[in-house]
Design a binder for this molecule. Structure first.
Ligand code: PHE
Length: 465
C-alpha cells in the first residue's frame, strides 16, 4: 500500500506517529509456526492441549488487535511500561501487534461457547537480543469458568467447582512434590476480589493448581525421557513451587516454577480472572481462572534447543528432527558456525538524562524466552513512560534486528561510564554476529556492523567514539 498505510493479510491500516512496526516483523506474521505440522512449537502446543481434552482451542486468532483489547480491557494502567513504543509494536496509535494472548480474553469470554478454552498464538514484543529472546514468540493461554446461575445439581458454586477438581488426575508425591507455602489469598499481597467468597476462591485455586500441576507433570516427564538423565534422576519426583505474582487482570495471582537442571524455572503465570473483565464481556455471573505460558521456553527444554532463532529456521537439518507421531527426542545441534564479535561505543546526546538499559553485570543469558510477566518488565527501567524520548536499549536492539535479521545472536551492554568533566555518558555494546546456517564472511559482517552503527547515529542521535 501507500507509505501512509500498512496492509497485513488483506487488512489495511492507516499509519501515524505511533507506527513503529518494521517490515521484518510483519514478514513473520504469515509463518504461524504453532500450526506448522511437525514443528516443535506445534508439537509442544499439542502436548499441552492433550491434557485439556474438553477445552475449546482457538489457534487462528489474528495478531493485530486494538490497544483496548491488548491493554485497556485487561486493566493495564495508562502509564504501564508495556504500553510504551519502546516495548510494543504499534501499527498506529490505537492498533498493536498483540503482546500476549491475554488480548483475546474478553472476546473469548464474551463468545462463551465452552467452560474451558485454550488460545495459542504468535505474540510480539520489542526486547533484548540473545539466545532466548526473539521479538516474535508464541504463547498459550488457557481459562476455565463457572456460572453462578448454572450450578446444575449443586447447592453452591464451591460444591460445583470441587466436583470438577476431583475429576482432575492428582499425582502422587512420587511423581510431583509441590511446595505451596502461601495462603491462597492475602489481603495485602494477593487479595480476594470484592464479590468473591473465600470458599469459592479456595475451590477455584484448587482447580487451577491441580490442572496446571498435571500439565507440568506431562511436559517434564517427556522432557526428562528425552534428555540423557540417568534412570535414577528420571525417577525422582518433579519439584514445583507456587509463588505469589501480580498481573493487572487476575487476583489473586501466581507463578508456577519448576526445578529443572538445578534451577527454579518460571513456567507460567496465572490467577483468578478479574471480575471486571467477565462483566464487561457480558458474563457477570461467571468466575474462573486463567493462565499464560511461553511455548518457546517449554519447547527449548523439551528438546534441548539451544537458540530461539532455530524455531524460524527452514533448514532441513532443523525441521527433519521433529515428528509429531514419535516420542520426543533430544535435538542434535548441527555444527555451529564461527561467531564474529564487534563492539560499538558511543556518546549519548548531551540532553539525554534518562537511560534505560540492562545492567551490564547482570548476565541475562539464561533468561527464558517469552517472558511471562505482563508485557516487558525492563531490568532497570528508569525512563519507562510512553511519552519519553529518552534513550532506550530496545531501540538499539530494533536497529540491529532491522539490519541483521537472524544473522545476529546477541547484543549486550559491556561498558558504560560518565565523563567526569563533561558529564556526557558513553555506552559500549558488543554485537555477536553469527549465522545458524553458514560462515559469515568478514566483508559481510563489516558491512552489517557499519550499517548498524550508521543507523544508531542517524536514528538515535548518538556520537560514535
Ligand atoms: N499474559 C501474561 C503474560 O504474558 C500471562 C498470564 C495469562 C497471566 C493469564 C495470568 C493469566 O505474561
Amino acid at each position: 500500500g501507500a507509505p501512509n498505510e500498512i496492509t497485513i493479510e488483506n487488512k489495511t491500516y492507516a499509519t501515524d506517529s505511533w507506527t513503529n512496526t518494521p517490515p521484518s516483523i510483519l514478514a513473520a506474521i504469515p509463518r504461524r509456526l504453532h500450526l506448522q505440522p511437525n514443528h516443535p512449537l506445534s508439537i509442544t502446543r499439542q502436548l499441552i492441549e492433550s491434557r485439556f481434552p474438553t477445552y475449546e482451542t482457538h489457534n487462528n486468532l489474528f495478531p493485530v488487535v486494538s490497544v483496548a483489547q491488548n491493554f485497556d480491557s485487561l486493566g493495564f494502567p495508562l502509564d504501564h511500561v508495556g504500553r510504551s513504543k519502546t516495548d510494543t509494536y504499534y501499527i498506529n496509535s490505537s492498533t498493536v501487534l498483540r503482546t500476549h494472548t491475554s488480548a483475546h480474553q474478553a472476546d473469548t469470554f464474551r463468545a462463551d461457547t465452552s467452560p474451558g478454552y485454550l488460545i495459542s498464538a504468535d505474540v510480539y514484543r520489542r526486547d533484548a537480543i540473545d539466545r532466548s529472546h526473539y521479538p516474535v514468540f508464541h504463547q498459550m493461554e488457557g481459562a476455565r469458568t463457572w456460572d453462578r446461575n448454572n450450578l446444575a445439581q449443586f447447592s453452591s458454586l464451591e460444591d460445583a467447582i470441587w466436583a470438577d477438581v476431583h475429576a482432575i488426575p492428582k499425582h502422587s508425591t512420587d511423581v510431583i512434590q509441590v511446595s505451596d507455602p502461601n495462603p491462597t489469598y492475602d489481603a495485602d499481597r494477593n487479595p480476594l476480589q470484592p464479590g468473591h467468597s473465600a470458599a469459592e476462591i479456595e475451590a477455584v485455586a484448587a482447580h487451577l493448581k491441580r490442572s496446571l500441576e498435571d500439565m507440568v507433570v506431562t511436559i517434564f516427564t517427556s522432557a526428562r525421557s528425552a534428555t540423557s538423565a540417568s534412570p535414577d534422576q528420571q525417577q525422582e519426583p518433579l519439584k514445583v513451587r507456587w509463588v505469589e505474582a501480580y498481573f493487572p487482570f487476575t487476583s489473586p495471582s501466581w507463578e508456577l516454577e519448576v526445578f529443572w537442571q538445578n534451577d527454579w524455572l518460571e513456567v507460567l503465570g496465572c490467577g483468578v480472572v478479574q471480575h471486571s473483565i467477565l462483566s464487561s464481556a457480558g458474563v457477570p455471573s461467571k468466575l474462573g481462572w486463567a493462565f499464560g505460558l511461553g511455548l518457546e521456553r517449554i519447547a527449548m527444554l523439551l528438546y534441548g534447543i539451544p537458540d530461539i532463532r532455530l524455531f524460524w529456521s527452514t533448514d532441513p537439518r532443523f525441521l527433519s528432527q521433529f515428528n509429531e507421531n514419535e516420542q520426543i527426542r533430544r535435538f542434535t545441534p548441527f555444527s555451529k558456525y564461527p561467531a564474529c564479535i564487534k563492539d560499538v561505543s558511543f556518546w549519548l546526546p548531551k540532553e539525554t538524562k534518562e537511560v534505560d538499559v540492562k545492567d551490564p553485570r547482570s548476565d541475562s543469558d539464561v533468561t527464558p524466552a517469552g517472558g511471562l510477566t505482563s508485557p516487558s518488565t525492563p531490568a532497570s527501567s528508569v525512563s519507562a513512560t510512553t511519552t519519553s524520548n529518552a534513550f532506550h536499549e530496545n531501540d538499539v536492539m530494533e536497529i540491529a534486528r532491522e539490519v541483521c535479521g537472524d544473522l545476529i545472536e546477541d547484543v549486550r551492554l559491556v561498558d558504560e561510564f560518565t565523563h567526569p568533566k563533561t558529564g556526557k555518558r558513553s555506552l559500549c555494546y558488543r554485537a555477536n554476529y553469527r549465522s545458524l546456517e553458514r560462515t559469515l564472511t568478514n566483508e559481510e559482517t563489516n558491512e552489517l556492523h557499519e550499517r548498524f552503527t550508521g543507523l544508531l547515529v542517524e536514528r538515535l542521535g548518538v556520537e560514535l567514539r
